[in-house]
Design a protein around this ligand. Structure first.
Ligand SMILES: CC(=O)[C@@H](O)[C@H](O)COP(=O)(O)O
Ligand SMILES: NCC(=O)COP(=O)(O)O
Length: 246
């Protein structure tokens, strides 16, 4: 089965947050994405709420429950107590734990599993007891991935940033793809599911899906939002011109 697509709404939320106005609507764009066939929605709330706000989460949970009950809600973030409380309140199908420092502009590495095993193990146990599927953000490092299994995760999410940044260097992209592929082989052999995300776009997805045919889910925000703007711009300008009487 092809990988499921979870649309990350953080970039939409960041655009919305430029003004004290309700547009672009995070739940409205989430509805459009799910109506178009996306399999789920992802948010990555950070403590400063510069992207998704905590108040967006109940609205997205209700959107899925009321209109798209087959879709999944994926909440990503650093597992501080505040984040764990948000997860427990908003009941996502999947929680993705990311080693984000609040000062980081975006996620740029996976967990050091050996160094964080004692920290993550009780958190993963608590989340799984709560009924949530747990995925851990991971660099494509086979040694670390074996530890992720021992920590109790259901899945890993491979950090694809270095692969995504090779858009103009196909040799480098192939090397990064092979690292991701080998890490996925190790994870799958260990019984872990494999998700992937960060800087994925239409042009780099097919090769990733071919190398990792068992890929369970990709979560995509920045590149997908950029495409939505590009492909929606002409129609939008026509609407504004019509409103001006042209
Ligand atoms: C874990 C991960 O790679 C994504 O959550 C990424 O952080 C996208 O969200 P932002 O664009 O808000 O950083
Ligand atoms: N988990 C990765 C994600 O949700 C989206 O990352 P990006 O496409 O915004 O880089």
């Amino acid at each position: 089965m092809p990988a499921k697509l979870s649309v990350n709404l953080n970039a939409i939320a960041m655009l919305r947050n430029r003004r004290d106005l309700p547009w672009p609507s995070v739940s409205g764009l989430g509805r459009i994405a799910l109506a178009a066939g996306a399999h789920g929605l992802t948010v990555h709330p950070r403590p400063d709420q510069r992207h998704t706000r905590y108040s967006d989460l109940p609205e997205l949970r209700a959107l899925i429950d009321d209109e798209f009950p087959q879709a999944e809600f994926n909440i990503e973030g650093y597992p501080a107590e505040e984040f764990l409380g948000l997860v427990e309140k908003n009941q996502p199908e999947q929680v993705t734990l990311v080693p984000d420092d609040p000062a980081q502009a975006t996620s740029d590495h996976g967990w050091d599993f050996a160094a964080n095993a004692a920290f993550l193990t009780p958190i993963v146990r608590r989340l799984k007891k709560g009924g949530f599927r747990v995925s851990l953000f991971a660099d494509p490092d086979p040694a670390g991935i074996a530890v992720a299994r021992d920590i109790g995760a259901d899945r890993i999410e491979l950090y694809t940033g270095p692969y995504g940044s090779c858009h103009s260097d196909s040799e480098k992209a192939n090397k990064e793809l092979e690292r991701l592929g080998k890490a996925a082989d190790v994870a799958l052999a260990a019984g872990l599911g494999v998700n992937a995300g960060h800087d994925l776009v239409v042009s780099n997805l097919p090769a990733l899906a071919r190398r990792i045919p068992q890929l369970a889910e990709v979560s995509i925000g920045h590149g997908l939002t950029a495409d939505a703007l590009e492909h929606g711009m002409a129609e939008t300008v026509r609407r504004f011109l019509k409103a001006c009487g042209w």
